[in-house]
Design a binder for this molecule. Structure first.
Ligand code: HSE
Length: 442
């Protein structure tokens, strides 16, 4: 930290490692708003930037009036510099990022990261390291981009017991589902449009199959339930099986389909999952459109609170990183680092997916003949699946039609048994899809 003549901190010096979309956004926010940041907290000076792409680094420094001399291609130049107080890690991935964050923490530097993959897989180990070295490790940007939800759950809402956190945590899938819902697009069309507009990557697997959201809900569940939840513990299903028929039927029944990350605690176990769900049109999450994210938190004191905003993007994510840098800088200036270390003080069990109870929508393609409903009802009854309603929907051709069943709440294991038994019936062509219905009133 730089000192003034009277030995009070004049500026906290930082290094930003990784100058891609997120790193570029973070530096831009810190430089362009340096006057308000200095006035509100204290001056923050970018002393080092690190990137393997020298041209990209030079362009960014020129744009922000930063000297070219601060550019390096080695992260060690930042971590080994005794004058640097805070390291911002925005290179992503779990190998080099883990090495450099570990080295920075051990060198007594606070770290700010946007790295959800790393925090979801190795957050416990890194937070312990931060505590051991009495420094901060902040990661607000790792969940829902610019939305300040980690800080909210960790600090502002710390007086609550949380019964549920339910979020739209992935902008790509929300964009695709919004296009399917509002424009009648099918999944493939909506995905290509999202790719053309830069909302989806060339390989969309991480987003579309729910892995990105699984990491985010793992982080939120760990904080809310003070229990280490890693992404491998999250039951995860993507949206690629959703068809325009599911969207249309959901609409008829008063629902919209969203990809949600959900963490619940029932007093015994944590139920944590990511999957498409039908939610009532009146639920606040139903109106979250396009690539926006939102997190709906239910606590025993606050009741319901929703956090809404940009879940990705250079400046929104940069905003979250800047907030963490300012918090880390303040803690350094006030000698109060690691006020909040790892929040996981217990290890609650995760409820196995087989035991999770939900209401389901099931879309089944059948031969249109006498006795189909009766045969299906028997199979469902034998598997302890109780029907709430059953409807014959569109005709597929002269012989085949589609039936939609809405169940009462059933164990997932029973539902799977019932779907397998239905598939074995002669009158059933195939089970086209099943989707959970989250229709609790709020
Ligand atoms: N790919 C993510 C999304 C943003 O689509 O929301 C970064 O986590």
């Amino acid at each position: 930290m730089m000192k003034t003549n009277n030995n009070t901190p004049a500026a906290v010096q930082i290094a930003v490692i990784g100058l891609g979309t997120v790193g570029g956004g973070a530096i831009t926010v810190l430089c362009q708003n340096s006057d308000v940041i200095a006035a509100r907290a204290l001056p923050i000076r970018v002393k080092r930037v690190v990137d393997l792409d020298a041209q990209r680094a030079a362009g960014l420094c020129e744009k922000l009036n930063l000297p070219q001399s601060i550019i390096s291609s080695r992260w060690q130049d930042a971590v080994e510099d005794p004058e640097i107080d805070v390291i911002v890690e925005v290179i992503g991935g779990v190998t080099v990022a883990r090495d450099l964050i570990s080295a920075a923490l051990k060198a007594g530097k606070s770290v700010v990261t946007a790295n959800k993959d790393l925090m979801a897989a190795h957050g416990g180990e890194l937070l312990q390291m931060a505590a051991d070295h009495h420094v901060d490790l902040f990661f607000e940007a790792s969940v829902a981009g610019g939305i300040p939800v980690i800080q909210a759950v960790k600090e502002s809402l710390a007086g609550n017991r949380f019964s549920q956190i339910m979020g739209i945590l992935n902008g790509t899938t929300n964009y695709i589902l919004t296009m399917m819902c509002e424009k009648g697009a099918d999944f493939a069309q909506a995905l290509s449009e999202a790719q053309a507009l830069g909302f989806a990557e060339a390989d969309p697997t991480n987003d579309v199959e729910g892995y990105d959201a699984a990491r985010k809900i793992a982080i939120l569940a760990s904080i809310a339930y003070n229990s280490r939840v890693s992404d491998s513990m999250v039951a995860t299903e993507g949206i690629s099986q959703i068809s325009k028929w599911d969207i249309a039927y959901a609409d008829e029944f008063g629902y919209v389909i969203k990809s949600i990350g959900l963490a619940r605690f029932d007093g015994e176990m944590i139920d944590v999952r990511v999957h498409p769900a039908m939610i009532k049109k009146g639920h606040p999450l139903a109106s979250v459109r396009d690539s926006y994210n939102a997190v709906f938190v239910t606590g025993d004191a606050v009741e319901n609170a929703m956090f809404y905003g940009r879940g990705a993007g250079s400046l929104p994510t940069g905003s979250a990183i800047a907030g963490d840098v300012i918090a880390a800088a303040r803690n350094i200036a006030h000698g109060s680092r690691n006020r909040w270390g790892c929040t996981c003080y217990q290890q609650l069990p995760i409820r196995p997916l087989a035991d999770v109870v939900s209401k389901y929508y099931v879309r089944i393609q059948v031969y249109d003949r006498v006795g189909v409903f009766a045969a299906m009802a028997k199979v469902l009854g034998d598997c302890q699946v109780s029907m709430d309603s059953v409807m014959q929907k569109r005709r597929i051709d002269a012989e085949q039609t589609e039936i939609v069943v809405i169940t009462h709440k059933v164990r997932h294991e029973n539902l799977v048994k019932a779907l397998n038994a239905l598939t074995d019936l002669d009158c059933v062509v195939k089970v086209n899809n099943y989707i959970r219905v989250e229709d609790e009133d709020i």
